[in-house]
Design a protein around this ligand. Structure first.
Ligand SMILES: [Mn+2]
Length: 285
C-alpha cells in the first residue's frame, strides 16, 4: 500500500505489522508553525516514539501485552511547513486512504500542534469530540489565522460535532460566551471529577473521537509543551475517564498532541508515550 507521505519511522520495541493488517495505525504530524509560546511540537512524534523504548509493552492493570496486538506505524505526514490548512488536507487524505485499505483500523495521531486535530475529526466524522486540554481553543481566529492551534475546537464545532472539554484552565471571555451559545460543555481543572465527566459524556452521541492535548496535565508532568499551564489534571484522572469512555462508547480514533521539546525521552514525551500505550491497551479490552 502506498501513502503519499512519511519520512519518519518508528523506533519502539514493539513488533509491528503493516497498515492493512493492523488494528491500530500510528502516524505522526511533525508540525508546529502556529505555536505561540514554546516551539518544538514538530519533534513530538519522534520524541514519543523514542520514549516508548523506556516502557514495558505489558500493561499491568489490564493484563494485556501490546506485543500481542496488531499495531502499525505508518510514519509521519509529509507536512507543508508554515501551512496548517495544506497539512490538514494531507492528513485527511492519508486517513481516508488508510481507512479505504483497512476499514477496521483505529488511527492514532501523534502531534504536532493541536490545530491538526481538525483533520482526523473531518476524516473520521465522529458525532462527539471529547478533549482533554488546558485551553478552550474556541477562538474564531488568533493572529489573524483561523487555523491557529487556539481555534481548533471552534473549527470542529462548526462541523456540527458535539463537544465536551475537560481540564480547562485557560481561555478568554469570547470563548466562554461561544461555548455557552453553542452548548459546548467544559469542566475547569479545578472542578474536575470523574463523576462530572461521566455525567456530561454519558448522553453524548457515538461514535466519539478523543483528543488529548498533553498540556491538560499539570505542567510538572509536561514542561515541554507549546503552552504549559499550572494546575492541571493528574495522569490517572485522564486514564480513568478514558477507560470509562472506551468501555461505554464506540471510539473511532484518538490523538496525543503538543508534546514538544528537544531532549529525547524527556518527561513530557514519557507522559505521552505511557498515555499512548494505555489507550491502545484499553481499546483492545
Ligand atoms: Mn492546550
Amino acid at each position: 500500500m502506498e501513502f503519499f507521505y512519511t519520512y519518519e519511522t518508528i523506533k519502539t520495541a514493539l513488533p509491528l505489522v503493516d497498515a492493512k493488517n493492523a488494528d491500530f495505525a500510528i502516524f505522526g504530524v511533525p508540525f508546529d508553525s502556529t505555536t505561540s509560546y514554546k516551539p518544538g511540537a514538530r519533534f513530538g512524534p519522534a520524541l514519543i516514539r523514542q520514549a516508548t523504548i523506556n516502557l514495558e509493552s505489558y500493561i499491568l492493570d489490564y493484563d494485556i501485552d501490546l506485543a500481542d496486538l496488531k499495531i502499525a506505524d505508518i510514519g509521519d505526514i509529509d507536512i507543508a511547513a508554515g501551512n496548517p490548512l495544506k497539512t490538514i488536507k494531507r492528513i485527511i487524505e492519508t486517513i481516508r486512504e488508510l481507512k479505504e485499505a483497512n476499514s477496521k483500523v483505529v488511527p492514532i495521531m501523534l502531534g504536532g500542534e493541536h490545530s491538526m486535530t481538525y483533520a482526523p475529526v473531518r476524516a473520521l466524522k465522529p458525532k462527539s469530540y471529547i478533549v482533554f486540554d488546558a485551553h478552550l481553543d474556541l477562538r474564531n481566529e488568533y493572529e489573524s489565522n483561523p487555523w491557529n492551534h487556539a481555534c481548533v475546537a471552534r473549527r470542529i464545532s462548526e462541523l456540527g460535532v458535539e463537544i465536551a472539554e475537560f481540564g480547562i484552565r485557560s481561555g478568554i471571555r469570547e470563548e466562554v460566551e461561544y461555548a455557552k451559545e453553542k452548548n459546548i460543555r467544559w469542566v475547569h481543572a479545578r472542578e474536575y471529577s470523574f463523576e462530572k465527566f461521566k455525567e456530561i459524556v454519558k448522553d453524548m452521541p457515538e461514535p466519539v473521537y478523543i483528543s488529548i492535548d498533553i498540556d491538560v496535565f499539570d505542567l510538572s508532568m509536561v514542561p515541554s509543551t507549546g503552552t504549559p499551564e499550572a494546575g492541571g489534571l493528574g495522569f490517572w484522572d485522564v486514564i480513568e475517564a478514558v477507560e470509562w469512555l472506551t468501555k461505554e462508547k464506540k471510539v473511532v480514533g484518538f490523538d496525543i498532541m503538543e508534546v514538544a521539546g528537544t531532549e529525547l525521552g524527556d518527561i513530557t514525551a514519557l507522559t505521552g508515550a505511557k498515555l499512548m500505550f494505555y489507550l491502545i491497551g484499553m481499546l483492545s479490552r
